[in-house]
Design a binder for this molecule. Structure first.
Ligand code: 5GP
Length: 201
C-alpha cells in the first residue's frame, strides 16, 4: 500500500466579467503562494501601471498571429476587440512539476480548455466563475475604474452581461460579496481540490 506522495499541479481556470474581482482574487492568491499566475499574451495596449511580463506580454498583431501558427498557444480568443492567449509550454511544464497554475481567461478560452481531449488536463483541470452580486454593482465597479471612454465602457458592460450567461458551464460559481469572504471561499475551493484523488500518484 502506497500513501500518495506526489501530485500534479491544478489548472485553475477563472472567468468572470471585468469588475467581478477575479483578477484581484487570482493575484492575491498567487502572491500568497497558492498558485502561479499564467501571464497571457495580448494585442491590447498596456494600461497605466501595467508591466510587460507581469500583467501581460504585450505583443503586436503579427507577433500574436505567429504564435498561433507556431502552435504556441494553449487557447486564445478575441475579447473586447483584441487578441488574448495563454502560452502552452508554461502551463503544461508547471502542471507536470506539481505547480498549481491560475488562468484568468474569458469564457471562450475556458470553453477551449474544457474541450481539450487530454489525459493530463482531465486530471488537473477545474474552473471557477466569479459573478458580481448584481448587474448594478458591476456597473458601479466598472465605472469606478474610469480606465475607458464611454463607448469602451458600454462595450464592456454588454460583453459582461453576455459573459455572465455562461456561469452554469463552470465547476464552481462564486457570487462575490466582501473581499475577505471571496478570498476565504476561493481558498476553500483550492484546498478541497488539492485533495482530489485523481491528482495524486
Ligand atoms: P483585460 O483587458 O481587462 O485585462 O482582460 C479582458 C478579458 O480578457 C478578461 O475577461 C480576461 O479574463 C480575458 N483574458 C486575459 N487573458 C486571456 C487569455 O490568455 N485568453 C483568453 N481567452 N482570455 C483572456
Amino acid at each position: 500500500m502506497n500513501v500518495p506522495q506526489n501530485r500534479l499541479g491544478l489548472l485553475i481556470v477563472v472567468s468572470g466579467p471585468s469588475g467581478s474581482g477575479k483578477t484581484t482574487l487570482c493575484r492575491k492568491a498567487a502572491d500568497a503562494g497558492e498558485a502561479i499566475f499564467s501571464v497571457s499574451c495580448t494585442t491590447r495596449a498596456p494600461r497605466a501601471g501595467e508591466v510587460h511580463g507581469r500583467d501581460y506580454f504585450f505583443v503586436s498583431e503579427p507577433e500574436f498571429q505567429d504564435k498561433i501558427k507556431a502552435g504556441e498557444l494553449f487557447e486564445y480568443a478575441h475579447v473586447h476587440g483584441r487578441w488574448y492567449g495563454t502560452l502552452k509550454s508554461f502551463v503544461i511544464d508547471n502542471l507536470k512539476r506539481g505547480v498549481d497554475v491560475f488562468l484568468d481567461i474569458d469564457v471562450q478560452g475556458a470553453a477551449q480548455v474544457r474541450a481539450h481531449d487530454d489525459e493530463l488536463l482531465r486530471r488537473c483541470h477545474l474552473d471557477i466563475f466569479i459573478l458580481p452580486p448584481s448587474v448594478e454593482e458591476l456597473r458601479n465597479r466598472l465605472a469606478g475604474r474610469g480606465t475607458e471612454d464611454a463607448a469602451a465602457f458600454e462595450l464592456r458592460m454588454t460583453n459582461a452581461i453576455a459573459e455572465m450567461e455562461h456561469w452554469p458551464e463552470y465547476d464552481y460559481a462564486l457570487v462575490s460579496s466582501t473581499r475577505e469572504e471571496d478570498e476565504r471561499r476561493f481558498r476553500a475551493i483550492l484546498t478541497a481540490e488539492r485533495m482530489r484523488s485523481g491528482l495524486w500518484r
